[in-house]
Ligand binder design. Structure first.
Ligand code: MG
Length: 244
């Protein structure tokens, strides 16, 4: 026998020996509510996404160092480019769990080597960096190449740019959870598709991105999306997020 409770089907097995096995009909395991919300997609942007940058302005962003000041990066032809020396930029809004879409492009003029070539990054909750780097014929430590969780986990594979030189990141992120005493009870984890190719698969994040030393894990709440000014002319376009 079974009892239907809203969308939950609670099955009670009849354990009495000798009893005939419960016979189900197909409709016994079909339910109709709650209904998934309808999301349409226009120009590759889901209708329920928060658009963080669509080529027009940086209204959704501030300077990271001085959050009461506007983000000072440049916009030209609907493309956002790092203005070296002005510092990282961050979203005004804070996020917990999300699906994030970011497109980026390495500088047209190739200069520098290793971490000094086309370096930027996307910090999840302002703390955990998904690396942006010009990987093309540019050896560096693998947990610092594009698609890595910087200084923690290399990407599963190294993905090249599409023909127009643009890269796409689709990032699905679950924030860490802490108890009331600030103890970590669940690590953050992240899945990243790089140009549609899986490069991080539900990867646990060990803690903050540190250039020197080990990751740190301190209790925190919602945080912004941060784009890194590493001194290189990396460009961005089509940035949107769906809180989950
Ligand atoms: Mg970086």
């Amino acid at each position: 026998m079974y009892i239907r409770l809203g969308s939950t089907l609670l099955f009670l097995a009849l354990a009495t020996s000798g009893m005939a096995q419960t016979k189900f009909q197909p409709e016994d395991t079909e339910f109709y509510s709650p209904k998934p919300r309808i999301v349409s997609v226009q120009h590759n942007v889901p209708s329920d996404a928060i658009v963080l940058f669509d080529g027009k302005n940086l209204d959704q962003w501030t300077s990271r160092k001085t959050p009461d000041q506007a983000a000072a990066w440049s916009i030209e032809n609907d493309i956002l480019t790092v203005k070296p020396g002005t510092g990282d930029i961050q979203t005004k809004q804070q996020f917990e769990n999300f699906q994030l879409h970011v497109e980026w492009k390495s500088p047209t003029v190739i200069k520098g080597d290793g971490q000094g070539r086309g370096n930027s990054g996307i910090f999840l909750q302002g703390l955990y960096e998904i690396q942006v780097l010009d990987n093309d014929n540019n050896p560096t430590y693998v947990n610092g190449q594009a698609g890595s969780i910087y200084k923690q986990r290399p990407p599963l594979v190294e993905v090249r740019a599409s023909e127009d030189k643009w890269h796409r990141y689709d990032i699905i992120y679950n924030a860490p959870r802490f108890n009331e005493d600030g103890m970590l009870i669940k690590k953050a984890n992240v899945t990243v598709l790089h140009n549609g190719v899986l490069v991080q698969h539900n990867t646990p994040i060990e803690g903050t991105t540190e250039y020197i030393g080990l990751p740190k894990m301190e209790a925190h709440g919602a945080g912004p999306i941060v784009l890194q000014d590493h001194g290189d002319l990396v460009s961005f376009r089509n940035i949107w997020i769906r809180p989950l």
